[in-house]
Design a protein around this ligand. Structure first.
Ligand SMILES: Nc1ncnc2c1ncn2[C@@H]1O[C@H](COP(=O)(O)OP(=O)(O)OP(=O)(O)O)[C@@H](O)[C@H]1O
Ligand code: NI
Length: 420
């Protein structure tokens, strides 16, 4: 299977008053044709920012500061082969090196996104059918005039971006678009789509709204659909229905999906391959089998500690002791970011850890071993755990407590850490 997307060494920072937040730190992964690639991790691990970085939707004070996003598109590659040879590799273009207008023009026909909350994507004062018809119309205009960035920058089912471009109360721009909108509503399993198209978002149930948002996202027939926690807000039965819908659509349309979730049950059910995120990094990635049956990173093992049951939505990820670290640059040590929560932390984990091919133990990066299927940012990819080198349970314990204002001996304990 060929890749449609190759993300390499992506870095995204937020420049905030508190300091620089390293939300995405050297993230690399591939998405193949017709697959569902899952990104899983605790809240704040950088899943959403990773996806937004790939499709160029990071807003100030954030910025993608490094890395490459190679997207397979023969037409674009031909167009830029001469003009910007450094942005072209075979049939791939590096989106980060293309003009912004061109990148924007890919929203809809190349990339589209569905979010957790449909109301963030749909305008309450416009009928559902009209909104989808508008997405279709924008797409249609764009296709008639491929490099007109003006018409192509407007939305493409990208939620609020689309809403911004819609004039409330406007009629369907053409009967063709209206028909296509109804077709899309039918395709996402909305019964009686002709009548439902005339209704406003508040007349839809949560599940139906989510379907409508998916219909809107499909208007441009994207190559890659990014689904960010698309079912988190829904009750379990509806959740299962929406997941099935996404999987069916992915097969029918032969698109690829990047599925973002903190729910390993969703991953197990949907995904072909998975990236496990922690503190802005992909700490392990591989096939579903690699991750579920042969995990290398203790963080992955920790997450697997309690796989939530789709029938029982309450437990999400297994609660691993400790907290997600601050992603502030100043507080990121040059060590494995998970070491302070890791049951198997060794002295070697106090160095910064590259991504390893778990089969060969070789470092993946800078183009080397990029094709590795199962990787882990963990020394355990290269060697066995050795109790003689273990850091001991309280190695980071003092530091963790030091940040807790209720701990009485803060100062004293901090001393201990800095001596260590
Ligand atoms: N606009 C912003 N300004 C500053 N920091 C931000 C901004 N957006 C995200 N971040 C930070 O980036 C990090 C990653 O956030 P992100 O939303 O990607 O996490 P996530 O894995 O998607 O979590 P969740 O499951 O809660 O959605 C967090 O530390 C977050 O605080
Ligand atoms: Ni998120």
């Amino acid at each position: 299977m060929d890749e449609i997307l190759r993300v390499r060494d992506l870095k995204t920072r937020f420049f905030t008053e508190e300091g620089q937040v390293n939300a995405v730190e050297s993230v690399s992964f591939d998405v193949r044709d017709g697959e569902i690639f899952g990104i899983v991790g605790e809240s704040g691990s950088g899943k959403s920012v990773t996806a937004l970085s790939v499709i160029d939707l990071i807003e100030s004070p954030g910025r993608v500061t490094g890395g490459e996003v190679w997207y397979r598109n023969a037409d674009l590659a031909d167009e830029f082969r001469e003009k910007r040879s450094e942005a072209v590799d075979g049939d791939f273009v590096d989106l980060r090196r293309l003009p912004k207008g061109v990148r924007r023009s890919l929203r809809g026909p190349s990339f589209s996104m569905v979010f957790q909350d449909p109301m963030s994507s749909l305008n309450p004062s416009i009928t559902v059918g009209e909104q989808i018809a508008e997405a279709v119309e924008v797409q249609r205009r764009a296709r008639a005039n491929p490099r007109s960035t003006r018409s192509r920058t407007q939305g493409y089912g990208l939620g609020k971006y689309l809403v911004d471009s819609i004039v409330p109360g406007r009629e369907y721009t053409s009967t063709e678009s209206k028909e296509r909108a109804i077709e899309l509503l039918e395709q996402v399993g909305i019964p009686d789509p002709e009548a439902r198209a005339e209704e406003y978002p508040h007349q839809f149930s949560g599940g139906m709204l989510q379907r409508a948002m998916i219909a809107q996202a499909l208007a441009g027939e994207p190559d890659i659909l990014v689904a960010d926690e698309p079912t988190t807000a829904l009750d379990v039965t509806i959740q299962a229905q929406i997941l099935n819908l996404l999987r069916d659509l992915q097969r029918e349309q032969d698109m690829s999906i990047i599925m973002i979730t903190h729910d390993l049950g969703v991953i197990a059910r949907m995904c072909d391959r998975v990236g496990v995120m922690y503190a802005g990094q992909i700490v392990e990635r591989g096939t579903l089998g690699d991750i579920f049956e042969n995990p290398v990173h203790p963080y992955t093992e920790g997450l697997l500690g309690s796989i939530p049951d789709l029938e029982d939505p309450s437990p999400r990820l297994s609660p691993i002791e400790g907290n997600v670290p601050s992603l502030l640059d100043s507080e990121m040590g040059g060590r494995c970011y998970f070491a302070d929560r890791c049951p198997n932390a060794m002295e070697a984990c106090l160095n910064s850890i590259p991504e390893y091919d778990t089969d060969s133990g070789e470092v993946v990066g800078d183009g080397a071993n990029a094709e590795a299927v199962h990787t882990a940012r963990c020394v355990l990819a290269t060697r066995e755990f050795d109790a003689a080198e273990a850091l001991g349970d309280d190695y980071f314990g003092d530091r963790a407590e030091a940040s807790d204002p209720e701990t009485p001996d803060d100062a004293a304990e901090q001393e201990v850490v800095s001596d260590a």
